[in-house]
Write a protein that binds this ligand. Structure first.
Ligand code: NAD
Length: 313
């Protein structure tokens, strides 16, 4: 029987690797080091592969597909984001593409909301739950998909009653969807608005739209200037959506209260001397939104199943 060559760009750990290594119908080629897979190594090793399992760090473009050659049937990424993959090129060549939605939604939503519960021992910020002087709170979402909705579910118990969001401009607003979400989460208002209104009305703005050119610097100087001075910005999607220089200036000059960032443009080259890391009203995490053991095993398992579906299907 034919053995299909599959290339894996990162070790998936002892819980998931056996799903691949125990199969007699696969020839597994694994990047041997515990760091980002080297591009040159990858291009050399994918020659003749039927399937490749990659991380966000691997660019999937024409050069990659040329290097793989005509056997390639599937590319499976262990991420919900897919801005590193040229989907048109994959489709043109009839190569299937798999990603890992849903399994990470709860972990990222858990991380998205505690970022702005400021410690009384360092500095005080606006209270998260409703108060008598401020009886309702408004959450704003740039991108209102799976993780955004799971984040809203976590905010409602804290007194958030209003939800504003912006959506993909190529998809028309749907008031029936807004009414359905309001009923589901028991909030007074769910409404799709312009970016200007979102900035102006939100107590906390969550950035949860996909990366890539269409959302580049969607949070720019104009957006930040439009925010409440007590407002907080939380970005757990991709660093490219927020203009870092503008955010640094905004925090220094007090256009908004603070920011919580799991992602920063330029990562992984964001070091301790980065202005946002040094900024006292900014919490920066090293892109760990989906880093719970359960979620990482779930992502790796789904990525393997997507790979096997393409290789064997
Ligand atoms: P999703 O596809 O369910 O939601 C994204 C939403 O953004 C969709 O509703 C889409 O219509 C909307 N959108 C697209 N273009 C837009 C635009 N220009 N303006 C406003 N909205 C737009 O995805 P999800 O599972 O909720 O994940 C959201 C993003 O979070 C991913 O794309 C990924 O980049 C990021 N993410 C980060 C981590 C992390 O570790 N921090 C983990 C998982 C996902």
């Amino acid at each position: 029987p034919t053995r299909h060559k599959v290339v894996i760009s990162r070790n998936l750990g002892p819980d998931v690797m056996p799903l691949l290594t125990q199969r007699s119908d696969l020839e597994i080629v694994l990047w041997p080091e515990n760091r980002v897979c080297d591009r040159k190594w990858l291009l050399e090793n994918i020659a003749g592969a039927t399937g490749v399992l990659v991380m966000l760090s691997e660019k999937i473009d024409a050069e990659f597909l040329d290097a793989a050659g005509p056997n390639i049937r599937v590319v499976s990424t262990m991420s919900v984001g897919y801005e590193h993959a040229d989907l048109k090129e994959l489709a043109k060549r009839g190569v299937r593409f798999g990603y890992t939605p849903d399994v990470l939604t709860d972990a990222v939503a858990d991380l998205s909301w505690p970022n702005f519960t400021w410690s009384p021992f360092s500095f005080c910020g606006p209270q998260l739950s409703a108060t008598s002087t401020h009886p309702s709170r408004t959450a704003g979402f740039i991108g209102f998909g799976r993780i955004a909705q799971a984040t809203l579910a976590r905010l409602v118990p804290f007194g958030f009653t209003h939800c504003l969001y912006t959506g993909n401009p190529s998809i028309a607003p749907d008031p029936a969807f807004d009414a359905e979400i309001a009923a589901k989460y028991n909030v007074r208002e769910v409404r799709r608005v312009s970016l200007d209104e979102l900035a102006r009305e939100s107590d906390v703005v969550f950035v949860l739209a996909p990366g890539g050119p269409s959302t580049y610097h969607i949070v720019d100087e104009k957006f930040l200037k439009g925010m409440k001075r007590t407002g907080v910005l939380v970005n757990t999607s991709r660093g490219t959506l927020v203009d870092s220089d503008a955010l640094t200036k905004a925090l220094r000059e007090g256009w908004l209260w603070g920011a919580g960032l799991d992602v920063v443009e330029g990562e992984p080259n964001v070091t301790a001397d980065h202005p946002l890391v040094k900024e006292p009203r900014c919490i920066v995490l090293p892109h760990i939104g989906s880093a719970t053991t359960e979620t990482r095993i779930g992502m790796a398992t789904l990525a393997v199943n997507n790979l096997l579906g393409g290789v064997l299907g």
